[in-house]
Design a protein around this ligand. Sequence first.
Ligand SMILES: [Zn+2]
Length: 850
Amino acid sequence: MSVLTRNEAQTRAQLLDVHRYTVDLDLTTGEATFDSTTAIRFTARTAGDTFVEIKPETLRSLSLDGQPLDPERLDGNRYPLDRLTAGPHELTVAATMRYSRTGEGMHRFTDPADGETYVYTQLFMEDVQRVFAAFDQPDLKSVFDLTVTTPTGWTVLGNGVSTQAADGRWHIAPTPPISTYLVAVAAGPWHSVTTQHAGLPFGIHCRRSLAPHLDADADEILDITRACYDRYHEKFDEPYPFDSYDQAFVPEFNAGAMENPGLVTFRDEFVYRSAVTDTERQTRAMVVAHEMAHMWFGDLVTLTWWDDIWLNESFAEYMGYQTLTEATRFTDTWTDFGVARKGWGYDADQRPSTHPVAPDPDAVPDTASALLNFDGISYAKGASALRQLVAWLGEKDFLAGINTHFSRHKFANATLADFIDNLATATDRDVHTWADAWLRTTGVDTLTAHVETSGHSWNLTVDRAGDRPHRVTVGTYDHSLDTHTGTDQLTLRDRFDIDIPQDGTPVTQPGHRPDLVVLNDHDLTYAKIRLDPGSWDTALTHLSGIPDPLTRALVWNTARDMVRDGELHPTVHLTAARTHLPYETDLALVQGVLGFAATQIADRYLPPQDRPTALATLTSLCRDLLRRTEGLTAKDWEQAPGTTTPGSPDPGLRLIAVRHFIDAATQPDAIQDWLREGTVPGGPELDAELRWRILTRLAVLGATDETAIAHELDKDPSATGQEGAARCRAALPTAEAKVAAWQAMFTDDTLSNYLFTATAQGFWQPGQSELLHPYVARYYPDAIALAARRGPAIAEAAGRHAFPAHAVDPDSIRLGEQALTDPALTPALRRKLTDQLDDLRRALAVRDAH
Ligand SMILES: [Zn+2]
């Protein structure tokens, strides 16, 4: 198979003008394959050679302008179209195509809960070729007109409104011009909730076995959808460009969601079967808002080539968080972004594989290299950069520039240069220079505050390691005694904006120096922040007393990257968590800080002999949180999300404490009791997710067995039940369990993407290093061979979840470095391994620093 290069795409875009795809899919031909017939109408601007792409099981026939072509001439995924004459042409291609089990192309899934089958497409980047023949590149937009034949009882969803004809076939209304990677079909006996908004049909869909769970949240999901839709119409001049808005929650989806015009597909874990926190509901809402932003940025105006995926993703990410804050009950989204998302960007930006937000086009020569850029830089750093741009430019000018961009390039394609030129029309500021400094460079700036007292005033100077201009807010805080509670609080004295670099003179403020000076207080920029020593002392001792959660998120992020940089002992971070989290009211903060403490500090940054103490600290912290959330009634657990009474215990906080207590338990007794009783004392009752979570932990501790796992699977035979069982089985601390799990992952090529991931998540456990030691060396050759056989989605899962991430030692790193020289390594796995090895090196450096 050949990957498309940028040069080839440019040549083909100059030669061809593509008008219309008429695609006929027959999904009734068996469980392994389906039939695909495509007619493509296009014009060659001059005479010339080109090719069309397809990845068939069997290429049955082709014809050009009615003349048959020889199917044998297919070369990999390319069929050559030699000596095309100038003028209009029609190419028809008939092929048998294979369903996938990896979430790529046309994924086919049979629900173990009820035996119903569903298929859906994920055609991103170049997987349209797995479904029908196409000139597959983003800047050859076309009308798509699809007809689908299905088993009886199915519904077909597509980009346009779908209707069923008298003969039973489904016809999807032709699209406006869109890119090949954005075509979508989802077919099966869907459960649907439909409505109308702004004169358009809106629908949400999921497989039947999840129907009650979708119904329970339908109002919430549709309210958020409508609120975002209306808000975008206030921001954007161009109306929503498609004829309907469907959101389908589909099984075994690899990403969070995909922005197909008129048919967004989501992973169906977003249809909650078990209790979730309000932060998780906010995440789902954010994904709804993110994907809808793509309808304009990505779908209406599309990147010309894949070097600009950041433009799609950063924009949607920024808009998603900002629009939720403005238009829904989730008014505190930037705290979650700060604590859960920004670290992803900072971490990626400090690895050897970092790249500019907007990479040089030459650095993205083909689709395989473009696929590697779906990372923390393109999403989190890019969104932070846009947030800083809005702070620097003002929102009014930013939106004016965006609207110019949409009106100039609608239903067509645009580049970074177009985007910056369009922003420049709306402002006197030098956006081109800003873009060079922010988008064309790599790495994180570090801003360090120095505070000095001078007579009756104090001075602030900021050292900057790095080259970017920053506009930041400085927050100043003083101790105050809360007379009601007798506790020592921090109160805001003042906030002011400064530009960095400073012009050479420090900022002078009247009065004594504040007890706490916070740089970047509203978290409007992307930089590592170092407080002055006096402020850092105050922050560590009074973190939970800082009034604004966004400020607390910023301080927690500072502590996090100080640990990662070897400047703060990991146990100091753990002690701060132990001290302050019992008083924390923001769920996203509790979740984010506990997650880092458990998976990084306890599992990787502390040497193995210190891990039991760290886990004991985490469980005692969780017990505190459980005590703080006692007294919840059954009604509290059932009440509508987001309606907790201020001052009363928060069920979400209790749920976080329960989950982390389970994950950190070093003794089985307490959680075994919970499982037997079916409830945590004082609630919650155990739902399927918590039962599987406990059973996984018991498996890790060697306190359960196959009989118990099989029994649990009988009770919950759903798809998530199957994943839970696979995770438990792989986690058992026996040689036989590990052999079986390894075979399932690395020799059984039928394992679906989700079952692969579940097995991998169970397999590696930091407390089982002796048992797992032989697999560290086996991992590299086995993963390299697997990635070559099963493609990018499984390579990604193998690199992310099946990697020996707890083997923090020089031998393990050396094995990995040797593997990087293997010529059989695929690009997707190479990138994952490079990043994982860098994380191992960093963990080792953190251990060595203290
Ligand atoms: Zn996106």
